[in-house]
Design a protein around this ligand. Structure first.
Ligand code: ATP
Length: 237
C-alpha cells in the first residue's frame, strides 16, 4: 500500500490580483520523501511554494499537512506543524551566524537549542568556523547554507526550498546536493522547486509545472521514459 502523505494539496488555484497563476495544482509529499518541483521561469513554482507555506492565500483547493487542513491557517501555524520554508531572505545580515541559527530554533520553541546548534555545525562546518561573524560577511553560497541551517534549527518534518541552486557556482551546487542527501538519510522530507535538473539526482519523485498546471508527476525513471519531457528537461533526443 502507498505510504500516507505528509502533505497533500488538491486543486490549488492562486494568483495576484486579476492574474491567476496556479490552476488546480495537486501535489503530495510522503514522509521522508524528496520531491522535486521542476518548471521553467515563470511557471509558478514560487507562487505555489508561497501558497503552500501560507505567504499567499489559496483561492480554491485544500492543503492538508499531517492530517490537518491548514488551507486557511497562518504561516506560523504551518511551521509549528512541521513545514518550514527555506529562504535566504530569512537571514538577518547584521546578526551573527550563531544568532541567526538560534532565532530559527527559538521561533519554534525548540527545547534544546544548544544541542541543535552542535548538530547543525556538524553538518555545516564552515558555519562553526564563522559562528561569531555577521551573516553579511558570508559569501552567497555560505549564506545559502545559513538559510538551510536556520530552517533546520526548527526541526521540521518537511523542508520546502525555492531554488537552492540559484546564484551558486557548480561547486556549491554540489555541496548543497551533498547536504540534501544527508538530510534525506536522516528521514527529513524535502520539497524542492528547481530549474536545475542536477537535483533529479536526489529526488524520489518529480512534478513538472507548466503555465501554472501540473503537466507530469511520477518517478525520475518515468520522467526519463517520457520523450517530450526528456527533450525539454534533459536536452536529449
Ligand atoms: P522563477 O523561476 O522565476 O521564480 P516561478 O516558476 O517561481 O519562476 P513565479 O515566480 O511563481 O514563477 O511566477 C509566476 C507568474 O506570476 C509570473 O508570470 C510572474 O510574473 C507572476 N508573479 C510573481 N510574483 C508576482 C507578484 N508579486 N505580483 C504579480 N505577479 C507576480
Amino acid at each position: 500500500p502507498e505510504a500516507k502523505a505528509l502533505l497533500r494539496t488538491s486543486g490549488i488555484n492562486a494568483g495576484y490580483g486579476t492574474m491567476q497563476v496556479l490552476w488546480g495544482v495537486d501535489l503530495d509529499v510522503r514522509a521522508g520523501e524528496t520531491v522535486l518541483l521542476l518548471g521553467a521561469n515563470g511557471a509558478g513554482k514560487t507562487t505555489f511554494l508561497k501558497t503552500l507555506v501560507g505567504l499567499i492565500e489559496a483561492r480554491n483547493g485544500s492543503i492538508v499537512l499531517a492530517d490537518e487542513d491548514v488551507t486557511r491557517t497562518r504561516s506560523s501555524d504551518r511551521m509549528r506543524r512541521g513545514m518550514t520554508y527555506m529562504s535566504e531572505l530569512a537571514v538577518f545580515p547584521d546578526l551573527s551566524i550563531e544568532e541567526n541559527i538560534l532565532i530559527g530554533a527559538q521561533a519554534l520553541g525548540h527545547a534544546r537549542p544548544q544541542s541543535r546548534l552542535e548538530e547543525l555545525y556538524g553538518l555545516f562546518p564552515v558555519l562553526r568556523d564563522k559562528r561569531r561573524d555577521a551573516a553579511s560577511s558570508l559569501s552567497g553560497g555560505q549564506r545559502k547554507m545559513l538559510g538551510i541551517a536556520k530552517a533546520l534549527a526548527a526541526d521540521p518534518k518537511l523542508l520546502v526550498m525555492d531554488e537552492p541552486s540559484a546564484g551558486l557556482s557548480p561547486l556549491f551546487v554540489k555541496e548543497v546536493l551533498r547536504i540534501l542527501g544527508s538530510l534525506r538519510e536522516r528521514g527529513l522530507a524535502l520539497l524542492i522547486a528547481e530549474q536545475n535538473i542536477g537535483f533529479l539526482e536526489v529526488a524520489t519523485r518529480v512534478f513538472v509545472l507548466e503555465g501554472g498546471r501540473i503537466r507530469f508527476s511520477g518517478t525520475v525513471a518515468e520522467m526519463a521514459d517520457n520523450e517530450a519531457l526528456r527533450r525539454a528537461y534533459f536536452g536529449l533526443k
